[in-house]
Design a protein around this ligand. Structure first.
Ligand code: NAD
Length: 479
């Protein structure tokens, strides 16, 4: 696989190449060009030039919606290539790419092609006051303008899904986009550029620059004065760094950041469903989904049984996929060691699996269940982003809420109970942007998605994304 930049409608690969490494077995299987400041400048310039054309002009919705549908069709047409690329970059199970990553990417473009037509705008008839010139009434109405050049900076955990979740609404609103995918997972971004080139979008409307973040392409792009808005998904600390740079130009930001997501399991829950759901929420994609649970609070009467069943399931997991890189594996293992040092009981996992084959060269860690830590422990407070959870008991609903909310993060929570009143009482009091009751990661793309506290700024999804990627402008006409 050879990743390439896509700038002003042209593929190029200037910049020092760095290797693309398979997380499954540690082998090098491609190269990625490290975009220089010039490449990023060229991409922003090309995007700005595209804005002078018809792409974002008023009344362009039908053409843009048709273009988004052609992109979705283009992804479908190269479905197998996208699956291969995502599996190679991330090491995730093939089925995940086939059922989640690639269909959702095409779905993101179709969803925003549809949503473009479903948007009402309000108008107001206003009496003209006596002190104003003339009499009668004025009509106020709103038009929505694109923001301009949008920088999209995306992470490695759901590379295609999360980048298209921003690119589709940004394009729908008539913006030009410069995407900087994660340096770990550049392949589907390069393929997407090919699809978009084939879909016939004007040159410069969509651009891709590859490379690293701090002191490199990511920073060059987000600090660029030619960028009008930044849509970023990644770690909270990276969000803070981007925000500092964005402050120089007062660039608006939309941030989806880290989490330390709680699950609350009440004694009245359907225990089979709660165990199943918690296995999924802790260990899907080896915990490398921002919505994954890392803190599980279980009502004391069922605590021992829940821990035993969760640990049994964790030990039996197979084919859950590696950590994205050697560096990330080492970070996760350092948290396993830290948890031990902080006094944790390791009920399941805690180490590195041995396969006796090529996978031993990859970046695998064991699914891990911990208990016995105080809430002040770093392993309980900090995002690990691996297949690991800490399970603690609680005695009352208020205590469960206090424990869940005692976190700098606030992305997603899961509540397991069969008591309908309790579900409705608890859900609004959990300080997260998303609360699932008796389920996890069930998504309707029209709903608001995002975090509170250190987990993000703003909301994505449905009209919420269209609101961010366009600027409402009031037009006042005296009649
Ligand atoms: P990361 O913050 O390390 O990197 C994300 C992107 O930012 C990459 O493209 C990287 O190159 C770039 N980057 C890094 N430093 C930069 C800088 N100083 N300036 C500009 N760009 C920079 O995150 P990651 O490790 O790729 O992804 C994992 C993190 O993402 C976790 O914290 C996870 O919780 C979070 N995440 C959040 C959501 C959500 O919806 N809230 C979704 C997925 C992942």
């Amino acid at each position: 696989m050879k990743a390439e930049h896509f700038v002003g409608g042209v593929f190029r690969s200037d910049g020092r190449p760095f290797p693309l490494v398979s997380p499954v077995d540690g082998t090098e299987f491609g190269t990625v060009p490290e975009a220089t400041r010039e490449v990023v400048d060229d991409a922003v310039t090309a995007a700005r030039a595209a804005l002078t054309g018809p792409w974002g002009a008023p009344g362009g919705e039908p053409e843009r919606a048709a273009a988004l549908r052609r992109i979705a069709d283009g992804i479908d047409a190269r479905f197998a290539e996208f699956v291969d690329a995502e599996v190679a970059d991330t090491g995730r199970p093939r089925e995940f790419a086939e059922t989640v990553d690639v269909p959702r990417a095409a779905g993101n473009f179709r969803a925003y092609a549809d949503l473009l037509y479903g948007r009402p705008e309000r108008s107001y008839t206003t009496p003209v006051p006596g002190w104003s010139v003339g009499t009668g009434q004025a009509l106020n109405y709103t038009v929505r303008r694109p923001l301009g050049v949008v920088a999209v900076v995306s992470p490695w955990n759901l590379p295609l899904l999360l980048s298209t979740w921003k690119i589709a609404p940004a394009l729908a609103c008539g913006n030009a986009v410069v995407l900087k995918p994660s340096e770990e997972t550049p392949s589907t971004a390069t393929l997407l550029a090919r699809v978009i080139a084939d879909a016939g979008l004007p040159d410069g409307v969509f651009n891709v620059v590859h490379g690293h973040g701090a002191g490199a392409a990511g920073e060059f792009l987000t600090a660029h004065q030619g960028v009008d808005a930044i849509a970023f998904t990644g770690e909270s600390a990276t969000g803070a760094a981007i925000m500092r740079n964005a402050a120089d130009h007062v660039t608006p930001v939309s941030f989806e950041l880290g989490g330390k997501n709680p699950a609350l399991v009440f004694a009245d829950a359907d225990l089979d469903a709660a165990v199943d759901g918690t296995v999924r929420s802790c260990f899907t994609h080896s915990g490398q989904i921002c919505l994954c649970t890392e803190r599980v609070y279980v009502e004391r009467p069922i605590f021992d049984e829940f821990v035993a069943r969760l640990a049994g399931r964790a030990r039996a997991l197979d084919g859950y996929g590696p950590m994205i890189s050697a560096e990330h594996r080492d970070k996760v293992l350092s948290y396993y060691a830290l948890a031990r040092a902080e006094g944790a009981t390791v009920v399941a996992g805690g180490g590195v699996p041995e396969f006796g084959d090529a996978r031993d060269g990859g970046f695998h860690v064991e699914p891990t269940v911990l208990t016995g830590l105080p809430e002040t422990a770093r392993a309980v407070r900090e995002e690990i982003f691996g297949p690991v959870c800490h399970v603690a008991p609680f005695d009352t609903e208020d205590e469960a809420l206090r424990l869940a909310n005692d976190s700098p993060y606030g992305l997603a929570a899961t509540v397991w109970t069969r008591d309908l009143s309790r579900a409705h009482r608890v859900a609004p009091r959990v300080e997260t942007g998303i609360v699932w009751v008796n389920c996890w990661n069930l998504r309707d793309l029209r709903t608001p998605f995002g975090g509170v506290k250190a987990s993000g700024i703003g909301r994505e999804g449905g009209e919420y994304s269209l609101d961010f990627f366009s600027e409402p402008v009031n037009v006042c006409v005296q009649i």
